[in-house]
Design a binder for this molecule. Structure first.
Ligand code: DGL
Length: 284
């Protein structure tokens, strides 16, 4: 198989990265993907850096060895913050794309100059995030909120036995965290732009929009990450060319280290893909 025919690896601590996979699929409809949800070791945002680093390095090795990936998209802000620098050093020839909270675009579009940022504790406590925030201090005022428990609650909405209580927990946490950030709106001093700095939060977008009001812009990173992946593949001559784009179902494998039912429900809900596209990952 030529290098360009190989799949792109995409991973996250769980189902959050499916929001990035949606954008990758729209931008790159010829490409094949292997998606790995590390549910058995989630949530990353509330674990140590060392844990997230070890998982990231092991998953990258696994995707390279077992699936022959030609590029890797780290569809997780927390893993990007903790591990992407070392990961790129470990694999200098592999195009690696990370995800970081979209503070720069938010600083450009805010009119009130006041931006809210929701991310995991791991992301907001990282040195990488501190540098990003520091570089934009003169461009906007940022209210940063570490949203403990939110990614896990979103994840649990995919488990039939927990769906109802998890949805209630998502609503409760969204209310708590948005009110902790301040007032949302277009008036002077109000937050008019909200950064979704965790890939899971995209799946709570509708509820969030209702809470903060329709005039507030929600900014996520799926589209820019997909464009960056396309650029990297192009410059490495690794883009897959084909005839008519085929349905995602014939181009993707979805794997989990955890509960298969959760991934199957998420694949159905957010990718309209049946259970047969999902399977248990080999031990990593
Ligand atoms: N989806 C991940 C992120 O973008 C992390 C969620 C978690 O496992 O805490 O940060």
């Amino acid at each position: 198989m030529s290098a360009a025919q190989r799949p792109i690896g995409v991973f996250d601590s769980g189902i959050g990265g499916l929001s990035v996979l949606q954008a990758l699929n729209r931008a790159l409809p010829q490409e094949h993907f292997v998606y790995l949800a590390d549910n058995a070791h989630a949530p990353y945002g509330e674990k140590s850096d060392l844990h997230v680093q070890q998982r990231t390095y092991a998953i990258a090795q696994h995707l390279i060895r077992q699936h022959g990936i030609k590029a890797l998209v780290v569809a997780c802000n927390t893993a990007t913050a903790a591990a992407i620098h070392e990961l790129r050093q470990q694999h200098p020839l592999l195009p690696v794309v990370g995800v970081e909270p979209a503070l720069k675009p938010a600083a450009q579009i805010t009119r009130t100059g006041h931006v809210g940022v929701m991310a995991t504790r791991g992301t907001v406590q990282s040195a990488k995030f501190a540098r990003l925030l520091g570089s934009l201090q003169d461009q906007a005022r940022f209210e940063v909120c570490a949203c403990n428990g939110l990614a896990l609650a979103i994840e649990q909405t995919t488990l039939p036995s927990l769906e109802e209580s998890a949805s209630a927990e998502v609503s409760r946490l969204l209310r708590t965290y948005t009110s902790a950030m301040g007032r949302f709106g277009q008036g002077e001093g109000e937050i008019d732009t909200l950064v979704l700095g965790c890939t899971h939060y995209v799946f709570a977008q509708e509820a969030l929009q209702q809470l903060v009001g329709n005039g507030v812009r929600l900014v996520s990173t799926g589209e820019p990450v997909a464009r960056q992946t396309q650029r990297l593949l192009e410059s490495a001559h690794l883009l897959r060319h084909g005839t008519a784009p085929q349905h995602l179902g014939s181009r993707v494998q979805l794997l989990t280290t955890g509960h298969l039912g959760g991934l199957q429900a998420a694949a159905q809900r957010w990718l309209q893909l049946g259970a047969r596209h999902c399977r248990q990952a080999d031990p990593i």
